[in-house]
Design a binder for this molecule. Structure first.
Ligand SMILES: [Zn+2]
Ligand SMILES: [Zn+2]
Length: 183
């Protein structure tokens, strides 16, 4: 039915129709039109998914956290400190399932396990960052493929979480990030 109010669509609905390769995009222009999508995306993420005082790592106790190629074992509930994008590392993809408020330990662990599969960020012909396509892992032919999704449901056994937490602390201690205990 014809109507003068845009067939029942309000202005925000229309704005959400700007094309993106993922659902839930709310930006006001096309993804390839941002001069600095990395910084724009990070600012939008912090606004939409703020880390509030007392917030605990969203990956705590999970068995397959973060998706990607090697999902990780979560921590035993450290404070949330970082806003992470993944399994699609495009910082403009600020939607549920691709944004995670996590602790420094889980964040470092995920990148250490997965960055090697992702290669370089996609670029436009002029060399700028291309935010209009996913930043997904690449195969041996340089072709991008779909990573595993984040699994927010499956828990790891407590012993496994504690063992992984200890392993990470021992590793950090070896690298000098945590001071060695002197007795
Ligand atoms: Zn990250
Ligand atoms: Zn964590």
């Amino acid at each position: 039915m014809f109507s003068l109010d845009g067939n029942g669509k309000t202005l925000p609905d229309i704005e959400e129709d700007i094309e993106a390769y993922f659902d839930g995009y709310t930006g006001s222009k096309a993804l390839e039109e941002y001069a600095d999508p990395i910084s724009t995306g990070r600012k939008e993420a912090a606004k939409k998914f703020p880390i509030n005082p007392g917030m605990v790592c969203e990956w705590a106790w999970l068995r397959y956290a973060g998706g990607g190629i090697e999902p990780i074992i979560g921590c035993p509930g450290h404070p949330a400190e970082a806003i992470h994008h993944g399994p699609d590392k495009n910082t403009m993809r600020n939607v549920e399932g691709n944004i995670h408020r996590i602790c420094a330990e889980c964040h470092n662990r995920w990148h250490a396990a997965n960055d090697k599969y992702y290669g370089e960020r996609p670029t436009l012909a002029d060399g700028g960052v291309d935010a209009s396509v996913p930043f997904h892992p690449i195969d041996e032919n340089g072709k991008r493929y779909d990573p595993l999704p984040h699994d927010p449901v499956t828990l790891a056994p407590d012993e496994q979480v504690h063992a992984e937490d200890k392993r990470r602390r021992d590793e950090a201690r070896r690298h000098g990030t945590i001071p060695k205990i002197k007795d």
